[in-house]
Ligand binder design. Structure first.
Ligand SMILES: [Zn+2]
Length: 251
């Protein structure tokens, strides 16, 4: 697509039956996610609609079923679907966009995880919802898009206190203290959350792009302030190729 930066996670991108892209900077700083669906590279018939969430930094998981017809589903920060062609969209500007899929069960989930969503467990709740819909964590693959990384993501006492209070087991590992400053490894925190849910370490992939220091690729709330542009994770289940074993020809 012209005028937008599109990033893909190579291992996740190779999974049959699912498509996912991370749209970074675009010429239009606040694009309508429905206008970006072409970045998935799917044939038009394979895209039914683009659904989003009215994101509130919560742990609420929404379900997009066959009746979804586009636009916001309601307030929440994660969406799960079993419906091919329903594109799930998550908007970010430093927070983690996360996509998870069990390709064998054809269950797809996306989540928006900033520090608030991470301490409240938005990813573990997304994975629990996927499990309830038939996904198995030992088969589930995860990709994490561009976001504020530990190189730049300095946090203050509110964030530090929240991690030690609500995530005491992981807080020392994900809060990096150096010269009186603390930086948060949000990818690490969510990686640990996924592994605790049963996802294999090698099935978790993070695009190596920091939204704060890569102004050429990313919008960033830290860098641009309240008027920051938005990046979009878009993901969809796609129709699987039909296997023909009889040698019959299609009309
Ligand atoms: Zn950085």
């Amino acid at each position: 697509m012209i005028g937008v930066i599109v990033m893909k996670a190579p291992l996740f991108d190779a999974i049959p039956g699912v498509a996912a892209v991370f749209v970074g900077r675009s010429r239009e700083p606040r694009p309508d996610p429905a206008s970006l669906a072409g970045a998935l590279g799917l044939p038009a018939f394979a895209v039914r609609c683009v659904v989003t969430a009215a994101q509130i930094h919560s742990d609420r998981v929404l379900l997009a079923d066959e009746s979804a017809n586009g636009g916001p589903l309601g307030e929440g920060d994660a969406i799960v679907t079993l419906a091919p062609g329903v594109v799930l969209g998550i908007g970010t500007a430093d927070c983690l966009p996360i996509v998870a899929c069990d390709p064998a069960a054809q269950v797809l989930g996306v989540a928006h995880a900033g520090w608030r969503g991470t301490v409240s467990g938005v990813l573990e709740k997304t994975l629990a919802s996927m499990s309830a819909h038939g996904a198995r964590m030992e088969r589930t693959r995860i990709a994490i898009g561009p976001s504020a990384r530990v190189c730049c993501y300095e946090v203050g006492s509110e964030v530090i206190d929240a991690f030690f209070r609500l995530r005491p087991a992981v807080a020392p590992a994900v809060l990096k203290k150096e010269a009186g400053r603390t930086r948060l490894d949000l990818v690490g925190a969510n990686r640990l959350q996924a592994m605790a849910a049963g996802v294999r370490s090698e099935a978790i992939e993070a695009i190596d792009v920091c939204s704060i220091c890569r102004a050429d690729l990313c919008h960033s709330y830290r860098r641009e302030g309240p008027g920051a542009g938005r990046m979009w994770l878009l993901a969809a289940l796609t129709p699987l190729p039909v296997s023909r074993s009889t040698g019959a020809t299609s009309p």
